[in-house]
Design a protein around this ligand. Sequence first.
Ligand SMILES: [Zn+2]
Length: 151
Amino acid sequence: MKLFATVMVCVLFMLGFCRNQKTVIQDTSHFDHLSEFEKSVIVKKGTEAPFSGEYDNHYVAGLYHCKACMSPLFRSTDKFNSNCGWPSFDDEIEGAVTRQSDYSSGMVRTEIVCSNCGGHLGHVFEGEKFTEKKLRHCVNSVSLEFKPSID
Ligand SMILES: [Zn+2]
């Protein structure tokens, strides 16, 4: 009887676990309009080739939005030239970017994703001396959509 009770508890626990797993699945409709290349970076967490993105050497006043869901992520005033081959920002729009640990490629890095849709943006590096904030958000151009400010 004790064994039966233990098994039942395990079964109920597993059923609950499976149910919880299902509720974790995100709304992916933000990604439907993306091209295959955009999905390879934004959804599958890929990386565009360095010095290839349209915003690498792009210095115009405005805001950089998430390509998938159009949430504003970075200001042009926080963009700087790190010469790393990808757009670099030493700050983010408050709450727009979420950090998470990334153990892929045999390295320990901090991935950054859009806080609204979870789309992959790039990585953030701390302690470098490019700017006073010692922060470099290294972002794929293809994850961004720029909108110039209207003066
Ligand atoms: Zn987004």
